[in-house]
Design a protein around this ligand. Structure first.
Ligand SMILES: [Zn+2]
Length: 385
């Protein structure tokens, strides 16, 4: 089975490449924000949804104006890709998956995407449009033999490190079938609780880093605008952000791989993170554990390796239902970790009981398709790492 897979490497640009990339990032950001304004006006003033093609057409017009001639100094491909990227953002918004797209900031992550027409790949080196020399990459892992990237994304994080991500098509062999099945519940104390009673991860993992982050942010807010010390303080905040994000991503990838390897069927609740994050006491814990991203990883890894991921409707009362007798409590407040079923007298650990219910409901879904309404399980072609 062929799957798209992304390989990400760090690289060290030459002085010239730094200049070209800075210009390209700036133009991509400008085009993205410009198109976001165009689409927002069209949507709120005329109720019109601009398509990707419409924005691309307007960009062509814009570039003909003298005042915007500087947009022609960089490769046009990444600019078009910025419009595509925004278009995906809008589509996700209209389909209820994400919030309205927001403006890209100068101090955030910078990125530019090149399609095959805008880079050269000779099997060993990668040269981007407008550049004379190939990128000096650190080959931290091997690309599959004979792989040819169809798309590459260059990025610079707020800490100032450069990365390039190569999208390649790869043959992935499904794993051997196993009889094991598991239900997962999102816990607040541990990240993931499985129906067989294992707990994985702990948001406290990040608590220390978060304290450091808060301290650094406080310091930053006290520094004078435009001062050197402010720039330094901002760099420090960015460093901590990058470290937290990296550790979280690493952790999620390891865990999702392990769970998919070990189980044939994995059942999860398709929690709508968006709604839960509005509830403030839960907000931090949930954004911490990044459930949405975790489920996304399970989804594409399941597809790669021939496993089944079943998503359960969010209204399924997995916590309040006694797994042993099916009795459903009227309410169960968040601080209650253990409870005894008033019907059958079985003592439950809140999270393990919920995970068992998720597994049972998931199996019902995959067997009958109707017993529990499954969440939107739209398979989207893999965007991965
Ligand atoms: Zn019971």
């Amino acid at each position: 089975m062929k799957q798209q897979k992304a390989y990400k490497y760090r690289f060290y640009p030459t002085e010239e490449q730094v200049q070209i990339l800075a210009k390209t990032f700036g133009c991509c950001r400008y085009v993205y924000n410009w198109a976001l304004r165009e689409r927002t006006h069209a949507y709120y003033q005329r109720g019109e949804r601009l398509s990707y093609e419409a924005t691309a057409q307007r960009l062509t017009e814009l570039k003909k104006q003298e005042a915007y001639a500087w947009l022609n100094e960089v490769s046009s491909v990444p600019l078009q890709q910025s419009l595509r990227h925004l278009d995906r953002g809008f589509r996700n918004f209209f389909e209820g998956r994400t919030d309205y797209p927001t403006f890209k900031k100068k101090h955030g992550d910078q990125a530019a995407t090149y399609m095959a027409t805008a880079f050269k790949w000779d099997g060993k080196t990668l040269t981007l449009a407008k550049m004379d020399q190939p990128l000096s990459m650190v080959w931290s892992r091997c690309l599959p033999d004979g792989a040819t990237p169809s798309r590459v994304t260059v990025s610079k994080d707020p800490v100032g490190r450069y990365f390039v991500s190569l999208l390649v098509e790869e043959e992935i062999t499904p794993l051997q079938v196993t009889p094991k099945m598991v239900g997962l519940d999102l816990g607040l104390k541990s990240m993931v609780i499985t129906s067989d009673g294992h707990t994985h991860g702990n948001p406290k993992f990040f608590a220390k880093e978060e304290k450091k982050l808060a301290r650094a942010q406080r310091k930053l807010s006290k520094k004078k605008q435009g001062s050197k010390n402010r720039a330094k303080a901002r760099q420090k905040v960015a460093n901590i952000h990058a470290r937290i994000a990296e550790r979280r991503r690493d952790y999620q990838h390891k865990l999702s791989t392990t769970i998919i390897r070990e189980n044939q069927v994995v059942c999860v609740e398709s929690l709508q993170v968006k709604y839960m994050v509005q509830n403030h006491c839960l907000a931090k814990a949930i954004s911490d554990v990044g459930w949405g991203e975790f489920v996304r990883q399970l989804e594409y890894k399941a597809r790669w390796y021939g496993r089944t991921l079943v998503k359960i409707d969010k209204f399924y009362p997995s916590s309040k239902r006694c797994h042993d007798c099916g009795h459903i409590l009227d309410s169960l407040s968040l601080d209650i970790r253990h409870w005894v079923c008033p019907e059958c007298g079985v003592a439950h650990d809140r999270d393990i009981n919920a995970a068992k219910n998720v597994l049972a409901a998931g199996l019902a879904v995959s067997a009958f398709g109707e017993a529990v309404r499954p969440g939107r399980a739209k398979a989207r072609p893999g965007k991965t790492r």
